[in-house]
Design a protein around this ligand. Sequence first.
Ligand code: CMP
Length: 137
Amino acid sequence: MQQTLSIIKPDAVKKNVVGKIIDRFESNGLRIVACKRLWLSKADAKAFYAVHSQRPFFNDLVDFMVSGPVVVMVLEGENAVLKNRELMGATNPKEAEKGTIRADFADSIDANAVHGSDSIENAKIEIDFFFAKREIC
Ligand code: CMP
């Protein structure tokens, strides 16, 4: 069993497709073992995406992530990290395979509907960023 962090980003929350996205996870063997809706502060978004702080898209990414509420979840299942990334599709929705979350719900590389941890190691760090141990069950 593996755990991974998923964020439903402000664009998808605004479109009211949270349930449809969660259904993709549950229908594909992933379990929601923690979940909350919150509006990130700039400090939160900068800290969460610190690994991208030197990239040219960093400021736009941070501004976008604080533009509305997000839904943050821990997904659990076999190969959860990889499975979540397959379900999400490519970062740029124009390159995402048909039937993936980003192909179906995302508009652009910034407004790309979901974030998912890219490795088991980063999943642990990202889960710890948002959730206390007692919130995961
Ligand atoms: P996410 O998986 O949340 O991780 C970092 C985010 O930066 C990514 O999704 C995109 O929404 C955003 N981003 C914007 N431009 C780029 C880019 N050129 N390469 C990667 N990510 C980008």
